[in-house]
Ligand binder design. Structure first.
Ligand SMILES: *Cc1c(COP(=O)(O)O)cnc(C)c1O
Length: 353
């Protein structure tokens, strides 16, 4: 049976990427495994450099003063690493969900944080708009896609200060002017690779402006100086991320995958809207093209629906424990056929009910 993997993260990856990654575990460099060679060997240094340059190339940020790093500690470590490197007096944060909230909590350990706006009042089901970002703050932080609540920023504010964005769950999924951001970070396991590495893309000229002492492992400048090899990098996660980026480049880059992602999202949301058994969670204008959140209105049908999904090979659509209901994550490597399979089950349920 074909399995349809709607997991929110770690998530579905292209089959060919998983095959190549597993081959490299057995034989990567003259019979030696990827995970048993020196990370200083030419074979691995080439992987790291390829991964770093592909990330900038896909986002259209080559030659614009940015550096790409593959770090560890997850996006969660970026919540504090961003503050350590950039926060001198005060920063503005947009609170659009659990992950933004966690970023705010960590940054508050270092200095003053001002929430420019929050959608907490409505269970984070929308993206606040029309807020001001004071121009004397150190930076503005936002989360482009709210993985748990299924909302996504379609527009980003004009910002006179450095803009930092957590793009963990929609990096490489849609075209944007990425040069409007000064720092982008993304845990690999949502749309790029396996867990274990975090992509950080930073404009070099925003660094070196805080007066605090930064521990070496937390200092972006040190990682840049060492070409993302300050310490042993997570070789398997970096290699697999590189393969996914190559796969995306061969498909035609972000523009090509964006078209696919739009098709998937349109199909998914039209079923949610037209089927009277289901109701979408997020405000329509702010719906995420990556994570569709919805509820089944009649709880009595839950068991039947869950069984039908299971029989059709549909995996990973249970909602996050803080929201409940369902969440269909449609990351880059999920095929349109998988969305068709889920939508079919939803309409079959309607005809049964
Ligand atoms: C999953 C997620 C995180 C946390 O990522 P970790 O790598 O597990 O620390 C942060 N932000 C967003 C938007 C996420 O989806």
């Amino acid at each position: 049976m074909k399995l349809h993997n709607f997991s929110a993260g770690p998530c579905v990856l292209p089959k060919e990427v998983i095959l190549k990654a597993s081959e490299a575990l057995l034989d990567f460099d003259n019979g030696l495994s990827l995970i048993e060679i020196s990370h200083r060997s030419k074979a691995f240094v080439d992987v790291m450099e390829k991964a770093r340059s592909l990330a900038l190339e896909l986002l259209g940020l080559e030659g614009k003063g940015y550096k790409a790093l593959f770090l560890q500690g997850g996006a969660s470590m970026q919540f504090l690493q961003v503050a350590l490197n950039l926060l001198e007096k005060r920063a503005g944060y947009l609170n659009t969900g659990t992950w933004s909230d966690k970023a705010i909590k960590e940054a508050k350990l270092y200095d003053d944080i001002y929430e420019v706006a929050s959608s907490k009042d409505a269970g984070y089901n929308y993206i606040p708009k029309g807020y001001d970002i004071p121009s004397d703050y150190d930076y503005f932080h936002c989360t482009s896609n709210n993985t748990i609540f299924g909302t996504q920023m379609k527009q980003f504010p004009k910002c006179d200060i450095p803009m930092v964005c957590d793009m963990s769950s929609d990096i490489f999924s849609r075209t944007l002017d990425f040069s409007q951001f000064d720092l982008i970070y993304a845990g690999a396991q949502k749309n790029m690779g396996p867990a274990g590495t975090t992509l950080v893309i930073v404009k070099e000229d925003i660094l070196g402006k805080v007066s605090r002492k930064i521990p070496s492992m937390m200092d972006y400048k040190i990682h840049i100086g060492k070409s993302s090899m300050f310490n042993t990098p997570p070789v398997f996660a970096v290699y697999t991320s590189m393969l996914t980026m190559e796969w995306l480049k061969n498909l035609g880059g972000i523009k090509a995958i964006e078209e696919e992602n739009e098709k998937k999202a349109r199909l998914m949301y039209s079923e949610i809207d037209l089927n009277p058994l289901f109701k979408g969670y997020a405000a329509k204008d702010d719906r995420s093209y990556m994570n569709a959140t919805f509820t089944l209105l009649n709880e009595d049908l839950k068991e039947t629906f869950d069984t039908m999904c299971k029989e059709a090979g549909i995996n990973g659509i249970n909602g996050h424990r803080s929201v409940g209901g369902y969440r269909a994550s449609m990351y880059n490597a999920l095929s349109l056929d998988s969305v068709k399979a889920l939508v079919e089950i939803m309409s079959e349920l309607e005809s049964k009910a």
